[in-house]
Design a protein around this ligand. Structure first.
Ligand SMILES: [Zn+2]
Length: 316
């Protein structure tokens, strides 16, 4: 990476899954790979706390170690409680965890996870074909182009995904009307993965007691939405509800948000309106997925860039 490190910069690293035996579609780190990464971090970085980063954003004279890094974990997976938490405690490091309220508290499986696990269970081609069939069947009730036209629009290769995967993800995460895509995600999930969403969610996400444990053990927690929506695509009322729901969830865990709190934009998606909403909601920092080192002199605290774990070496 070409970015220069200064005592006002911090390498913020993002993990999602950390588990053994995960299907490739989850882009998981194995436990061994994660441990190697921690070794690498121990040799090349100095992990800092969320409070230290927040303080540095609020005081132009505050300095961080020249090799500062902040470890962040999205979506509140049980992996974080079972695998990550004890390993960070062993090293006396803090992780920052971003659980989603509906997933952790209400045991709902997020659409992003329904899509991932459906593809992992039955393959991309099957899920893509069924998505196209569902779109064509829904055209009677929705003003939609046919699936072939939509496919041409959405099947463009992404950074870590082939065109077919981009079609499924873009159709089911943003392009289709919200109620329709939620219905298709649920149908795919119950057909290919599990007919017991609650039970699956309990296995997949850390619950509120576990999140409280992590906080008591020195970990930091932030908001990641009530429902894990793209904040740049919501109408103002829905967007505010996502921030409000995140706050209430953190408050309910015993992490008062009154003096400021941190938010992580689901999918890294944000725009100027989302930044304003984060400010209105009392956030001190908010995190994106723009892949570069954060420069606290230049970057707005409400859109801090992060490096994906897949761009970090797995061996020291
Ligand atoms: Zn997320």
């Amino acid at each position: 990476m070409s970015d220069t490190k200064t005592d006002r910069s911090v390498t913020i690293i993002t993990w999602h899954y950390v588990r053994d035996g995960a299907p490739a579609d989850l882009h998981a780190r194995s436990v061994k790979e994660f441990e190697h990464q921690l070794e690498h971090i121990a040799m090349h970085f100095t992990p800092v706390t969320l409070d230290a980063v927040v303080a540095a954003t609020q005081d132009d004279n505050a300095r961080l170690p020249a090799d500062a890094c902040l470890l962040t974990f999205d979506d509140g997976y049980r992996d974080h409680y079972e695998i990550v938490f004890p390993r960070l405690v062993d090293r006396d490091w803090q992780g920052v965890f971003f659980p989603v309220a509906r997933a952790a508290r209400d045991h709902e499986v997020l659409d992003v996870n329904k899509i991932q696990f459906s593809i992992a269970a039955s393959g991309l081609e099957t899920i893509s074909n069924e998505t196209r069939t569902a779109i064509d069947a829904a055209r009677a009730d929705h003003d939609l182009p046919d699936s072939q036209t939509l496919y041409r629009e959405l099947a463009v290769a992404g950074l870590h995904n082939p065109p077919e995967a981009m079609f499924v993800k873009r159709a089911l995460q943003t392009r289709l009307p919200e109620t329709l895509r939620a219905r298709i995600c649920s149908e795919l999930f119950s057909r290919h993965v599990s007919s017991d969403e609650q039970d699956f969610a309990k296995q997949l996400y850390a619950n509120v007691d576990e999140l409280r444990d992590m906080h008591a053990g020195g970990m930091a927690l932030g908001g990641h939405g009530e429902r894990h929506n793209r904040m740049n695509e919501l109408d103002p009322d829905s967007r505010d509800r996502e921030f409000q729901g995140s706050r209430e969830f953190l408050d309910s865990l015993g992490l008062p948000t009154g003096d400021g709190w941190s938010f992580c934009y689901p999918y890294g998606a944000f725009d100027d309106a989302a930044i304003s909403a984060a400010q209105q909601a009392g956030c001190t920092t908010a995190f994106t997925l723009e892949p570069r080192i954060a420069d606290l002199t230049r970057d707005t605290p409400l859109a801090l860039p992060r490096i994906d774990t897949n761009d970090l070496p797995v061996t020291s």
